[in-house]
Design a protein around this ligand. Structure first.
Ligand SMILES: [Zn+2]
Length: 464
């Protein structure tokens, strides 16, 4: 049966409403709010039950795991607790890419296709089942619930969506999504000239929260602070999908006078976490099972995750490539039994190479202390030339340039050409995402350097 355009739209809206407000969603949210109250012992029992269920299904229906259990002679029950799980092999993006069909549940016909993002290499195709998608929504709303935000509350959304053609210079730069009660704002038209229009529509809509890319929230925060105007009062600013730096978190919180609450997840759906209302960054171990694998000398932990729900493409002990810095002390005043990390450093940022082939990672602190820069982006060309793209603020001077150059050379050496470019806007991906670091150096060269040297540790906080 072929659906007409309006019927398709109606069907899409219906699915979206079911995802956000349907009976399955409400049941999942209710269950998650119960799960977060488990004691450590009860949580362990829950994880073990879920693991047994996931492994049993995978052993029956997912070729990679079916073969693995056959070859080793082990039974799902032999691996079904968080400690015994380490009997299973670690896998990563390249394992899955080499044999993508082998990781899909052969019995599940209805699955939604997605892609991993990231700045390097080709994306990985991933599959999710509808029940898993509903649970993910419930997970997002559980975190919102902690900050007093409920389904149906008005929320302003400032993510990558273009909303209106980029050439448009007159409002509206937004659209109202009535089914979700969301005001979806363009992050591409956000300039000081358009700020009054943005603030007017926000006052009229009166959202209780803002859901944004960190880079977009930072831009709005900067314009608000610069203008001296007051932002509508919010219960929280929710960020996700990009690394939220400590500096951005501070600026956004100050501008909006609201807690800034980040969420971590990956397209492979193997790990999830985020801030609680007390400001701790938890790994939500009732929905995904985290493993923290110690890094080499001085390096932070590597995050490995196992989904406790979701059937379409279960990736157990999946190396996310992301790094976590351990929390200074265990536990959190919120009382949840979830583990806590100090911060997570995303894998999205590629390393840069020095002239002698050393990889340098986590470069955000090149910008640290540099005044009169609204936002910056680092790009390395294939010939190793480094371009520092920046949006200057009034007062950006030759001495600021010199300081930026010196800080960059301190990290990357003095033998690389470094070009500082002043731009009105920084380029974004097709999805409107901001990339702090871009490398055009072939992935193979960067991987080789990382295998040879490891990545230089960086103790600056990246996320949250
Ligand atoms: Zn907490």
């Amino acid at each position: 049966m072929k659906l007409g355009a309006s019927a398709r739209m109606w069907a899409r809206d219906w699915i979206r409403i079911q995802l956000r407000q349907g009976r399955a969603f409400r049941a999942d949210l209710h269950e998650l709010l119960e799960l977060e109250r488990l004691s450590p012992e009860e949580l362990l029992r829950h994880q073990t039950t879920r693991l047994a269920d996931q492994l049993t299904r995978a052993a029956g229906h997912v070729p990679y795991y079916r073969r693995w259990f056959e070859t080793t002679g082990l039974k799902p029950a032999d691996c079904a607790d968080p400690h015994a799980l380490t009997r299973l092999p670690l896998i990563d993006k390249s394992t899955v890419k080499a044999q993508p069909g082998d990781f899909r549940d052969q019995d599940l016909r209805l699955a939604v296709r997605g892609y991993t993002s990231g700045t390097t290499g080709s994306p990985l195709v991933v599959y999710r089942d509808l029940a898993g998608i509903v649970r993910e929504h419930a997970m997002i709303w559980r975190q919102r619930h902690w900050l007093g935000v409920a389904p149906g509350d008005p929320i302003a959304v400032l993510r990558g969506e273009l909303v209106t053609p980029i050439a448009h210079t007159r409002p509206p730069f937004w659209r109202l999504d009535r089914s979700a009660n969301e005001l979806v704002l363009s992050s591409h038209h956000l300039t000081s000239a358009h700020l009054p229009a943005y603030l007017d529509i926000l006052r009229a809509f009166s959202p209780v929260a803002l859901y944004a890319y960190p880079s977009a929230a930072r831009e709005l925060a900067r314009l608000v602070v610069q203008s001296g105007q007051a932002m509508v009062p919010l219960r929280a600013v929710f960020t996700a999908s990009e690394t939220l730096t400590a500096a951005d978190r501070e600026l956004i919180g100050r501008a909006f006078r609201a807690p800034v609450v980040d969420r971590y997840g990956n397209a492979e759906r193997t790990l999830a976490g985020g801030h609680c209302e007390q400001g701790s960054y938890h790994l939500w171990s009732d929905v995904t099972l985290p493993e923290l694998i110690p890094g080499l000398d001085g390096e932070p932990f590597e995050l490995v995750g196992t989904p406790l729900y979701g059937r379409a493409m279960p990736l157990f002990r999946y190396r996310t490539g992301d790094r976590a810095y351990p929390a200074p002390a265990p536990g959190c005043p919120c009382g949840r039994a979830f583990p806590t990390v100090a911060s997570i450093a995303g894998r999205e940022d590629p390393v840069l190479l020095t002239r002698d082939g050393r990889p340098i990672g986590r470069l955000d602190h090149i910008w640290k202390g540099i005044r009169h820069v609204a936002a910056g982006q680092i790009l390395q060309e294939a010939d190793l030339t480094v371009r520092l793209r920046l949006i200057p603020e009034p007062g950006f001077s030759p001495s600021d340039r010199a300081e930026l150059l010196a800080q960059t050379q301190e990290r990357l050496g003095k033998d690389l050409p470094i070009v500082i470019e002043e731009l009105a806007q920084l380029p974004r991906t097709a999805a409107g995402k901001f990339q702090a670091v871009i490398s055009l150096v072939p992935e193979a060269d960067r991987s080789r350097a990382q295998r040879t040297y490891g990545v230089e540790p960086n103790t600056s906080t990246s996320r949250p």
